[in-house]
Design a protein around this ligand. Structure first.
Ligand SMILES: Cc1ncc(COP(=O)(O)O)c(C=O)c1O
Length: 424
């Protein structure tokens, strides 16, 4: 159990205020800064700010700190690797960490087929590569993505992203040939849409899908959605690209979230929690799909030796207890959120799988549409770190080391905040 939260100054405290002022003087105004959290140190479930306040972390740096902050085994793996080799470029040369991590991911990949792996630095870079790979392999141009999707912020990935308008506004023109359909669309709905637009399904290279929509609101799709996408892709030779950047890495109690539906995609993208905080991502594709020739895709830093070492140690911890913990504590969290929903009319939905849970606020209240933002600020003031997502939802995505007692503390704070907001 974590001995947190402990809040001993007003927030932000004096040191935090100084840092924030200095930061705002020099940093890009595009950065969001959800609330005035200034992080000096973090350990396990705890984040300590510049004034010594200690917070309970239920957002894991946006679903990244898989093994908790600064897990000793991850730190050790990084230290050992850093003493031996920092960089050599995996695109051009060989080192064991790169292929060891690819082998681990190959073994974890779902289904019976064989897979190949490319290592990148981030989610958006993984999705950029997946767009290229799908087009290269199919020799087709069109791509389908979904309303509410978040696939990244570089041009290819951004062309698929369709979450908040601010993410796209002013950045046109996007990649041509991208169609957005409602998340959860059935095969029939996709066919009807394409017919209306005059698009032949045999010209579509890929369908990009998040098995649980992340930034879009932690939305769990209808139970047969992913199977219908698979079936549509099979019928027309389309690549099913499974974006597991937020939902993967054991967070849902399976290594890949899509395994909760027994569906095997053609291409999988990962990043975020893959290296417990070190920058690393991957494209995992069926061997007969990853057929691009030498020189057609690469990356200077992708699969950096230190990040690979962190990712290998992370997978080891995920396989040896953390994935099981995500399943068990996730069910407990889900159950507690459902109970909360019954007590507060303002909560219109409680949803999620494993440690990817959310509550949605109804729009029918005096604080709408700012309620989720006000709610996360109030949690912050009480020492609980959560993050909003979607229209008016709060996500609960703690590190996979979370214990039932941490969940009890978090739920007590959430209950207090809801009570004090006096919304019922
Ligand atoms: C599902 C999904 N894909 C891609 C990305 C982009 O990842 P990155 O910020 O590492 O580029 C994100 C980030 O939130 C994500 O949630």
């Amino acid at each position: 159990m974590s001995n947190v939260p402990i809040i001993s100054t007003s927030l932000p405290g004096p040191n935090a205020q100084r840092l924030i002022k200095d930061d705002l003087d020099v940093t890009s105004p595009s950065l969001i800064k959800e609330y005035p959290l200034t992080v000096k140190r973090a350990e396990g479930m705890m984040i300590e700010d510049e004034d010594g306040n200690r917070f309970l972390d239920f957002m894991a740096g946006i679903a990244v700190a898989t093994t908790g902050h600064c897990h000793p085994k991850i730190v050790k793996a990084i230290q050992i690797q850093a003493e031996n080799l920092l960089h050599i470029c995996g695109t051009d040369f060989y080192y064991a960490g790169y292929s060891d991590l690819c082998k681990k991911l190959q073994e974890l990949a779902p289904g019976d087929g064989s897979w190949k792996v490319f290592l990148s630095n981030s989610g958006t870079e993984s999705n950029e590569g997946a767009i290229k790979l799908a087009r290269f392999h199919t020799k087709r141009k069109y791509i389908i993505a979904f309303d509410g999707a978040f696939h990244g912020r570089t041009y290819g990935a951004l062309s698929l992203t369709y979450s908040k308008s601010v993410q796209r506004k002013g950045f046109e023109p996007f990649l041509p040939g991208v169609h957005h359909l409602p998340y959860g669309s059935s095969k029939k709905m996709i066919q009807n849409y394409l017919k209306k637009k005059g698009v032949n399904p045999e010209t579509i290279a890929a369908i990009f899908v998040e098995p649980i929509q992340g930034e879009g609101g932690y939305i769990v799709p209808p139970s047969d959605f992913l199977k219908q996408i698979r079936s549509f892709c099979d019928e027309f030779g389309i690549m099913m690209v499974d974006d597991e950047v937020q939902s993967g890495n054991g967070r849902t109690g399976k290594y890949f979230a899509i395994e909760n539906w027994d569906v095997v995609p053609d291409i999988i993208t990962l990043a975020k929690g893959l290296g417990s905080g070190m920058p690393i991502g991957s494209i995992i594709a069926k061997e007969n799909v990853m057929t691009w020739p030498p020189g057609s895709h690469g990356s200077t830093f992708g699969g950096n030796p230190v990040s690979c070492a962190a990712a290998i140690a992370t997978i080891d911890l995920i396989e040896n207890g953390l994935m099981k913990n995500a399943e068990i504590t996730g069910e407990y969290l889900h159950h507690r959120l459902h109970k909360l929903q019954k007590r507060y009319r303002i909560i219109s939905d409680a949803r999620g799988i494993g440690l990817m849970q959310a509550i949605e606020f109804s729009e029918d209240n005096k604080l709408s549409p700012n309620l989720a933002h006000l709610f996360e600020q109030s949690c912050f003031k009480k020492g609980l770190l959560v993050l909003r997502c979607g229209k008016s939802a709060i996500r609960l995505a703690p590190p996979l080391i979370v214990e039932q007692t941490d969940i009890d503390i978090a739920l007590e704070i959430i209950d207090q905040v809801l009570g004090e907001m006096n919304l019922d």
